[in-house]
Design a binder for this molecule. Structure first.
Ligand SMILES: [Fe+2]
Length: 325
């Protein structure tokens, strides 16, 4: 099923109209603009997809002062696969400021104003007994099902969470593994199966997250939007959750079938990458599909697992061209 075509030396830029309209003729490539047709993009995505975590790992000697080359490797990984892993020497564990500044050098500066974020925009993911975090699975040791971050907070293609960074300060003693799938691969699998799945998932009312009313009276209003959307720069983005409660899919047979098919992809796809972040390791991504296994079940009151997370309204900046200064 996994295709390994030879590497093709073409720009990675996607073709806006062909992604948006899956039945459009793929042969009307216009060489005067720097775009490629869908089939070429598809072949390149599959050929370049990482097969294991080390394919997409970048060693950063000091997160407080990353080199241009190190940053460029991360940008290149994100351009290719929408995510990159990095690792820093354990003796140089960065503090929160270094992590957030590191992400900023990759074009990520506009953090989400999350209810659990500190002034620096970082959310500490750890077991929590705080009242404001009660009932939210990220702050427990339970498994998290497949999702993209901030799927409940979509306000148009350019006002959605489009990137996310995670840094592991302390791993769990056991478990806490992440699985990751590039949303572009999910798009390709769906379109290969049935182009109508793409049309259904691009509908503005494909996925509705109902209003959330908290004990303190705060209300997050109903959030309606597509699964796949093209942002202002022509990039493909995804909004999704595999949860079955507190979500309403469009009442439409094609949408139902697309949800079911995507569930199969997320259970079986050979291009899913699985990893367990060690201390000093992290992920920079364009809001990829991901999940988390449960962890430290026998020690649930004192698990020390701690990950820093920041979410952004931008995407990771593109690799610099060789002729850039
Ligand atoms: Fe997440």
């Amino acid at each position: 099923m996994t295709e390994r075509a030879p590497h093709i030396q073409i720009p990675m830029k996607t073709r806006f109209d062909q992604l948006k309209d899956p039945v459009k003729n793929d042969t009307d490539e216009n060489p005067s603009v720097n775009v490629v047709n869908y089939q070429t993009w598809r072949a390149q995505k599959l050929a370049n997809a990482p097969a294991n975590p080390l394919d997409i790992m970048v060693d950063i000697d000091d997160l407080a002062a990353p080199s241009k080359l190190e940053l460029e490797k991360i940008r290149a990984n994100c351009a290719k696969a929408n995510f990159s892993f990095y690792r820093t020497p354990i003796e140089k564990q960065p503090d929160r400021e270094h992590f957030i500044n590191f992400a900023a050098t990759l074009g990520l500066s506009n953090t989400e104003a999350h209810r659990s974020a500190g002034d620096d925009g970082i959310v500490a993911l750890e077991l929590s007994s705080k009242k404001s975090q009660a009932g939210y699975i990220p702050y427990t040791n339970r498994r998290l099902s497949w999702h993209t971050d901030g799927y409940y907070n979509y306000h148009g293609p350019d006002h959605a969470i489009r990137a996310m960074a995670l840094h592991c300060a302390r791993p769990a003693q056991s478990g806490g593994e992440n699985a990751i799938l590039d949303p572009d691969i999910a798009y390709i699998r769906l379109r290969d199966e049935n182009p109508d799945f793409i049309s259904a998932f691009m509908a503005e009312d494909a996925m509705t997250i109902p209003e959330n009313r908290e004990d303190n009276g705060k209300v997050r209003p109903t959030n309606i939007g597509p699964v796949f959307f093209i942002d202002g720069s022509g990039e493909l983005n995804m909004r999704f959750t595999a949860r079955t409660r507190n979500i309403t899919w469009k009442d439409d047979e094609t949408t139902r079938q697309a949800v079911e098919f995507l569930g199969d992809v997320l259970a079986n796809d050979p291009l899913i990458i699985r990893t367990r972040l060690n201390a000093g390791e992290g992920i920079i991504c364009n809001n990829v599909l991901h999940n988390r296994t449960g962890f430290d079940k026998d020690d649930q009151d004192n698990s020390e697992r701690l990950l820093y997370r920041a979410r952004y309204y931008q995407r990771v900046s593109a690799p610099k061209q060789k002729n850039d200064s």
